[in-house]
Design a protein around this ligand. Structure first.
Ligand code: ATP
Length: 298
């Protein structure tokens, strides 16, 4: 018997990064939005192992270093059962792309293993365990649209209306999340910028609740964007091209280098994706909609 779980990527609609804390972390205000770019994770009883397939999976470890394997081990320890899970990942979420693909696979492995070992385990338990693996894991279980504060792992779902259409421009290569935070700190120090305590954007929350894509496009913000652009200057061309082609909003997704563009509807998104591909400013441009549910057993 095996279990297959489908799990979405995320884009950050607001990523407010506060000053560096003494413990090396930053206080964040992080509005997560789950979009229809999915990995599929299949768990089969057997010796603990991870295999990965996909068009672009460079840098994804097979075996015990994969976050999905760490998730299976953590759940097995929590339940006091042997970690018997042979895990296969079909990857569509860009790797090291700022869309939390590794966290998504960890969330899917938690849910898939729970389904095999202890069906009906509360979502809250899985989210608590997920938070120990990484601050993006609980959101991949929850899905929809939610705001995270603190290190980003305390989540409150946000009301939204309708569907938003996005285009994601995938870059060649990835960016390391810790390197992007370090660059953010370096730039702030170099330019003597005092980081404000981050607050949720009222304009963003209102746009989400009203399903107003134009207002949402104007309210998108990412405090990590200057750092991502500093490490990968070519992204500025991608962002500018998306704006020139009529995106309602454009930003680097999370720590990048994937860039996210908001379209007014599905047709506009298809046109925008084609224009970005034609301009040669991205490795690929894909259309996805949000919000979508979190990790789901198929
Ligand atoms: P985030 O948006 O959460 O900062 P990301 O989307 O930028 O993350 P990931 O795709 O999660 O980045 O990958 C970051 C690194 O994690 C990879 O380069 C890889 O070394 C490691 N990794 C471990 N397990 C996985 C996995 N299942 N899928 C992808 N990467 C993984």
């Amino acid at each position: 018997m095996s279990v297959t779980v489908r799990v979405p990527a995320k884009v950050n609609l607001q990523l407010g990064v506060g000053p560096l804390r003494d413990d090396g972390y930053h206080d964040l205000v992080n509005v997560f939005h789950a979009v229809s770019l999915f990995d599929e994770v299949t768990v089969t009883p057997g010796p603990l192992a991870v295999t990965v397939e996909g068009a672009s999976i460079e840098g994804v470890p097979a075996g015990p270093d994969n976050l999905a394997a760490r998730a299976a081990l953590l759940l097995a320890e929590h339940l006091g059962v042997p970690a018997e899970a042979s895990i296969h990942i079909r990857k569509e979420i860009p790797v090291a792309g700022g869309m939390a693909g590794g966290s998504a696979d960890a969330a899917a492995a938690l849910l898939g293993c729970a389904e095999l070992w202890n069906p009906g385990l509360p979502l809250k338990t899985l989210m608590d365990l997920g938070g120990q693996l990484g601050s993006d894991v609980p959101f991949a279980l929850l899905g929809g649209t939610a705001v995270g504060v603190g290190r980003g792992e305390v989540l409150t779902p946000l009301p939204t209306s309708g569907e938003f259409h996005w285009v994601f421009a995938l870059a060649d290569g990835g960016l390391s999340t810790p390197a992007v935070y370090a660059e953010c700190d370096r730039l702030r120090a170099a330019y003597e910028q005092h980081a404000e305590w981050p607050h949720e954007s009222p304009a963003l929350l209102a746009a989400l609740a009203e399903g107003d894509a134009k207002a949402l496009g104007a309210a998108l913000t990412n405090d990590l964007q200057p750092a991502a652009l500093s490490l990968m200057p070519a992204l500025q061309r991608t962002i500018s091209a998306g704006r020139d082609f009529g995106a309602l909003g454009a930003l680097v997704s999370g720590s990048g280098p994937t860039c996210a563009f908001l379209a007014s509807d599905a047709e506009h998104a298809a046109d925008l994706a084609a224009a970005l591909r034609g301009a040669g400013v991205a490795r690929a441009a894909v259309h996805a909609a949000g919000p979508v549910p979190g990790a789901t057993v198929l």
